[in-house]
Design a protein around this ligand. Sequence first.
Ligand SMILES: Nc1ncnc2c1ncn2[C@@H]1O[C@H](COP(=O)(O)OP(=O)(O)OP(=O)(O)O)[C@@H](O)[C@H]1O
Ligand SMILES: O=P(O)(O)OC[C@H]1O[C@H](OP(=O)(O)OP(=O)(O)O)[C@H](O)[C@@H]1O
Ligand SMILES: O=C(O)c1cccnc1
Ligand SMILES: [Mg+2]
Length: 533
Amino acid sequence: MDVKPKVNGDLKDDEDNRRPAAIDGPTNPMVTPLLTDLYQFTMAYAYWKAGKHNERAVFDLYFRRNPFGGEYTVFAGLEECIRFIANFKFSKEEIAFVRESLSPTCEDGFFDYLEGIDCSDVEVYAITEGSVVFPKVPLMRVEGPVAVVQLLETPYVNLINYASLVTTNAARHRFVAGKSKVLLEFGLRRAQGPDGGIGASKYCYMGGFDATSNCAAGRLFGIPLRGTHSHAFVSSFMGTDEIIQKSLRSHDGSSVCQDFVSVVHTWLSKLKRLSILKGVFGETNQSELAAFISYALAFPDNFLALVDTYDVMRSGIPNFCAVALALNDMGYKARGIRLDSGDLAYLSCETRKFFQTVEKEFGVPDFGKTGITASNDLNEETLDALNKQGHEVDAFGIGTNLVTCYAQAALGCVFKLVEINNQPRIKLSEDVSKVSIPCKKRSFRLYGKEGYPLLDIMSGENERPPKVGERILCRHPFNESKRAYVVPQRVEELMKEELPTLKQNRERCISQLEQMRPDHMRRLNPTPYKYME
Ligand SMILES: Nc1ncnc2c1ncn2[C@@H]1O[C@H](COP(=O)(O)OP(=O)(O)OP(=O)(O)O)[C@@H](O)[C@H]1O
Ligand SMILES: O=P(O)(O)OC[C@H]1O[C@H](OP(=O)(O)OP(=O)(O)O)[C@H](O)[C@@H]1O
Ligand SMILES: O=C(O)c1cccnc1
Ligand SMILES: [Mg+2]
C-alpha cells in the first residue's frame, strides 16, 4: 500500500503525478513504531476499546523556553519526522511484542487494528527546517486519527528535541565566532552515542558549521569533511632518520626533490640564524620534525600540522615553518597549524607574528596569512573570551561542548492535544506558562519597517490573516496587559509547503539569524522576542 502522509498539504508527486515519490526511512533504523513510550500503546488500546481511535485529533508540537539563556531557537529534525511517518508500519514481530507487553486482557481486535495502521491519514503542517523559531508558536501541527497521532508523540518529540537544541547551539557558536571564521565540528568521540554523533554532525552543519570530521555523516548527508592529525601521529616518530622515502615531486610535476628531508633541515638552520628570531627557539624536537615531514610527504598540497605536542613556540612553529618553506620551494602552499592546548589567544598571536616574520625575511608571499586552527574544550564562553582578548585564529575545531549541548541538556519540546472532532482542547496548569493554547492555529511572522521580524502571531485557522499595511491588535496569550497595535510591512506565514535539502536549510538558518534585530541575539540579557495571538 502506498503511504502518503500529507506535509503541509502534500509531498511532491513523481513525474507521472500518480504515485507519491518514495521517501526513504529514517536515517537511524532504530526509529521504528516501537520507539515510543509504553503509555502511547496503553492509550491507543483504551481509545480503541472506547471506539474513539479514529476521532480526528490535532496536536501541536512546541517548546516553552529558548535554550542556553538565549531568545531564539532554530527548528530542526522535520525531515526525519517525515521519513518516519512515510514508512510507519508495524511488523508482525513488533505487534507480537506489543501484545506481550500489554495486559493479557487486551482483545485481539486491537492487534489486528495495529497491524493495519499507517500514517496515510496523518497530515503534518510544519515550519521549514532551519527557521528561527520562538516559544509557544507551534513548530508542527499533526492531525489524524487520535490513536495513531498519539503513538507519534514520543518519536516526534525525540526527533525534534535534540536536533533543534544542537542546531541552536551550533548557531550560537557561529554567532560568537563571527561570519569569517571556519567552524569545524569535531564531536563524534564525545557525542552521546552513535545517533548523537550523526545527529550532531548533521545539525551543526545546519546551524552554520562549515564541516565535520565525522566520515559517516559526510557520506550520509554530503557534509564537507575536514580534519588535521593527532598527537599520537607526532609522538609515534623518533627522528628524521626513520624517513626512508624522501623524494617529493614538485606541484607542477616538472621536477623531483630527491631529499626533501635535507631541504627541511636547511630551512630550519636558516630560520635559526635569523637575528630577529634569536632567543625565540633553539633545538627543536626531532621526532616532531620527522612527523611533520612525513605528513607533508603524504599530503604535500594539504599540509596542516598539530604544533603543541612538545612546545608550540620553541618547537612546533619553527618545525612547521621549515617544512612549509621546503614545500614552498616545490610549489606547494602549506595549509597551516592546529593549536590544541595552552593560551589560544596568546599562542595564535605569537604564531601569526612568526609567520609574518618568515614572509618578510624570506619574501614568501602570503606566508603571514597561513591558517591557524584552534581546538581544546572550546565553547561559546571561550570563543567570546578569545574575541575580547584579540586572537589570530582562522578556524575553530569544537567537539564536546557543542555536541553534548553541555550548557543545556534538553530543549523541552512538548506535543499537546489542541482539538478533537473540531472541538478545542486545553491543558490547564497553575503555572501559566504550561497552559496549552487550544484550537487549530495558523501563525505568522510580522516584519517592521527596518526589515526585522517584530513578532510572531497565532490566529485561529478560520480567522482573517494579518495583512501588510493593516493595523492589527496583537495580544499576549497569557498576559492581558501586554497588547500592541502593529502595522506589518511584511507578513510571512510560518507553516510552509517545503521540505528542502540540508544545504538549503543551512542557508535559511544563516540568513534568518542575520535578519534578527541584534538585541534579540546578544548573549547577555537579550531582549525577548514577542509571541502574540
Ligand atoms: N586565551 C584564552 N582565554 C580563555 N580561555 C582559553 C584561552 N585559551 C585557552 N582557553 C581555554 O582554556 C581551557 C584550557 O584548558 P586546560 O587547562 O585543560 O588545557 P591545557 O592545559 O591548555 O591543555 P591540555 O590539558 O589539553 O594539554 C580550554 O577550555 C581552552 O579552550
Ligand atoms: O576538546 P573538544 O572540543 O572536545 O574537541 C575535540 C578534541 O578531541 C581531540 O583530542 P582529545 O580531546 O581526544 O585529546 P586531547 O584532549 O588530549 O587533545 C582534539 O585534539 C580536541 O582536543
Ligand atoms: O581532525 C582533527 O583535528 C580532529 C578530529 C576530531 C577530534 N579532534 C580533532
Ligand atoms: Mg581535548
